[in-house]
Design a binder for this molecule. Structure first.
Ligand code: BV8
Length: 244
């Protein structure tokens, strides 16, 4: 893909921006081999249940072992997968701007594996478990048996992931929204922009006057409000932005 896909306007803004926010979704991990949720005919279905059923608050009450099985499976896929050029490029961006905010809907931990720090994980992480009672969080280490019960209070542990119908981690969205309202340049990378409140962040940025750029092989409901749509794969497009 040639560098002429990046407009002179975006290059100029990229060169001079101080406050930049990036929102990522499952698409940024697609080139790492992580299945996305929608589109491409490979929407995630688990034992006949669409993912927004198995990944729902209701299922935690109804069948926590099934929810664990689903996330243990997702983690087993991830153990052999690695960040792709898109993750590494965004890790590099953190040192290019005076205020860089990376917000992800993903739960795969690949941004951190690529070196990104202070990632706002709106939907939690498959690499953590949380107590259903005291909310204590436990890291899940690859190839080590994860805990089932809380060391502190003995209650069950659940995946530390935000499921459909659940509130986001306290403060996560609020911080992300504040940054979106102040940013000068907002990139929306690899998301179908269907899940809220995450998908409202580019809208907040746009309303505050930011230049909004979407990176996605397909159009999304956000495309019409974006100032620029870079049609392509994140791993190919993001490295073209070029600021060294
Ligand atoms: C909430 C973790 C307040 C689990 C996820 C009724 C009751 C309650 C809430 C609601 C309701 N109706 C609506 C809602 C809100 C609901 C929602 O938005 N529903 C939608 C579906 C209508 N949201 C919530 O429930 C949120 N909580 O609102 O709390 C509340 C609480 C109670 C009551 C009222 C209000 C919580 C949402 C979080 C759900 N958890 N994940 C898990 O991972 O299993 S969301 C899930 O979807 C993933 O996190 C995923 O990240 C997210 C969004 O999907 P995308 O990331 O966009 O991925 P997708 O596959 O869809 O798209 C991939 C894109 O990449 C595509 O566009 C594709 O073209 C592109 N692509 C492909 N390849 C590439 C690429 N792009 C670039 N490069 C490539 N190579």
């Amino acid at each position: 893909m040639q560098t002429d896909v990046i407009s002179a306007e975006l290059r100029n803004r990229f060169e001079h921006a101080r406050r930049v926010l990036v929102l990522t979704g499952a698409g940024i991990s697609a080139e790492s081999g992580v299945p996305t949720f929608r589109g491409g005919g490979n929407s995630a279905v688990w034992k006949g249940m669409p993912f927004d059923v198995i990944s729902s608050a209701r299922m935690v009450e109804r069948d926590l072992p099934a929810v664990w099985e689903w996330f243990d499976y997702r983690r087993s896929l991830l153990q052999s997968l690695h960040p792709n050029p898109a993750h590494y490029e965004l890790a590099r961006w953190a040192d290019l701007f005076s205020e860089f905010t990376l917000v992800t809907q993903n739960v795969d931990g690949l941004h951190q594996a690529a070196g990104s720090r202070d990632v706002i994980e709106l939907h939690g992480s498959v690499w953590r478990a949380r107590c259903v009672s005291c909310r204590t969080s436990y890291e899940i280490v690859p190839d080590k048996q994860r805990l089932d019960d809380c060391h502190g209070c003995g209650a069950w542990l659940r995946p530390d992931v935000v499921l459909f119908g659940e509130m986001l981690p306290p403060g996560a969205f609020e911080v992300a929204a504040q940054r979106a309202a102040k940013c000068q340049l907002c990139f929306v990378v690899g998301t179908s922009a269907l899940v809220y409140p995450a998908a409202s962040l580019p809208e907040i940025a746009k309303a505050a006057g930011a230049y909004v750029c979407e990176v996605n092989p397909e159009r999304t409901p956000l495309s019409t409000i974006c100032d620029e749509v870079l049609t392509g794969k994140a791993g190919e497009v993001l490295p073209l932005t070029g600021k060294s």
